[in-house]
Design a protein around this ligand. Structure first.
Ligand SMILES: Nc1ncnc2c1ncn2[C@@H]1O[C@H](COP(=O)(O)OP(=O)(O)OP(=O)(O)O)[C@@H](O)[C@H]1O
Ligand SMILES: [Mg+2]
Length: 369
């Protein structure tokens, strides 16, 4: 049986599928680099083995190669991104066409017409005046055009599926129950779940990109330098007080975490969430990767507090792949549900069909609706 998951992010696209019973991931940077199609440009790209397409009089180098080209040429102006703040970039005229090229490169064609794909979508932001409808519709249509049966699925809920936080009530362990937070590039996505059902979702329109921009401003250095310094060296257990970029990164990370926890508290209060049993919080996403992040998160949580009891905070096993892994689990669950329904339809005349239960890569998962 086949099914796929895809995490469509502002910085990375991550595809997930099962091959010989094992999860296999395909990752691509969500970016492109444009240059005029003149002289020997195409020849050079072919020789370099770069991933590119030609459109009109322009060449677009796509994915990870775009970043390499931007670094090698020192040209940041033509390094462009199809997404900003978690959705298709409204200020980028090639956003949709480039996203289609990248998405197809990551997910490929379906194994058969109507194969299920679960594609992640952000929740609507609480701090910005836009919704995710346009983004969702454009991507859903494109994946349908490729031949998939598309399910759009909340990004943070995918972490609930792949990491399986639990709550214990009267010695009964409730699976897929708790809080998940995805610290991405454009957004932070939040979801609270009860037995794999979503209780609450929202997003904040700042995360890794916001940190990079703030630090670049106060230290007067290019954003790309901040990003690369951050990804290579940031370690909260060892901040060098003489490294001006590091000191600024630490300050804006703390500010982001405080902002997110404050928003979570406000949203839980507004939703009148009454959870008496202590819940587990799982954090994932590239911005949560630096060593010591979870301890920083716990420190701010102790100061700011939440209106519900928390039993612990833990890091996803693989913060960059946790969302795609969860999307795959949801897709497999959905595919099995579909098959069970089809079988039940055939046998209906003979006897009532038993309720099916799904087993996926992460263990037993309640059928996700
Ligand atoms: N080792 C690292 N240390 C710090 N930050 C990192 C590290 N690796 C990646 N990042 C940052 O993580 C972010 C990308 O994370 P992720 O792939 O989870 O985001 P995304 O899913 O593409 O974005 P979004 O969910 O916001 O649309 C970028 O801001 C990147 O700079
Ligand atoms: Mg993401």
């Amino acid at each position: 049986m086949c099914a796929k998951g895809v995490d469509i992010g502002t910085c990375f696209l991550v595809g997930a599928e099962l091959k010989d019973g094992k999860e296999v991931f395909t990752m691509e940077r969500d970016a492109f680099f444009s240059m005029p199609n003149e002289d020997f440009a195409e020849d050079m790209l072919t020789k370099a083995g770069a991933f590119y397409i030609i459109k009109g009089d322009q060449i677009y180098v796509v994915g990870e190669d775009a970043l390499k080209f931007s670094m090698v040429t020192g040209n940041q102006k033509d390094y462009r991104r199809p997404m900003a703040k978690g959705v298709l970039n409204p200020g980028e005229e090639e956003a949709i066409s480039m996203m289609e090229v990248l998405l197809e490169a990551v997910v490929g064609k379906p194994n058969y017409p109507g194969e299920v794909i679960c594609a992640t979508m952000p929740a609507n932001p609480v701090d910005a005046d836009f919704d995710v409808t346009f983004h969702r519709m454009v991507l859903e249509r494109f994946l349908k055009k490729l031949g998939y049966d598309v399910r759009c699925i909340n990004e943070a809920m995918c972490i609930i599926y792949s990491e399986n936080p639990t709550v214990t009530i009267n010695n009964e362990v409730l699976p897929f129950t708790g809080i998940a937070i995805s610290f991405g590039a454009g957004m932070v996505n939040f979801a609270a779940a009860w037995r794999a059902k979503k209780l609450l979702e929202f997003s904040c329109g700042r995360s890794g990109d916001w940190i990079d921009r703030q630090v670049a401003k106060v230290r007067s250095v290019p954003v790309s330098k901040v990003q690369s310094h951050k990804e290579k060296y940031l370690n909260f257990d060892r901040i060098d007080p003489t490294d001006q970029i590091m000191v600024a990164l630490e300050i804006y990370y703390e500010d982001l975490i405080r902002y997110v926890i404050t928003n979570i508290g406000q949203q839980l209060k507004a939703a009148n969430a009454t959870i008496d049993e202590p819940v587990e919080i799982v954090v994932a996403g590239g911005t949560s990767k630096p060593p010591g992040f979870v301890e920083r998160f716990k420190g701010v949580l102790r100061e700011v507090g939440l209106p519900i009891p928390v039993k612990g905070v833990r890091h996803a096993k693989d913060p960059l792949k946790a969302v795609a892994a969860g999307a795959l689990i949801a897709a497999i669950s959905d595919e099995k549900k579909r098959k069970a329904q089809a079988a039940a339809g055939k046998e209906e005349a003979a006897a009532p069909a038993p309720k099916a239960k799904a087993r996926a890569a992460g263990g037993d998962v309640p059928l996700i609706s």
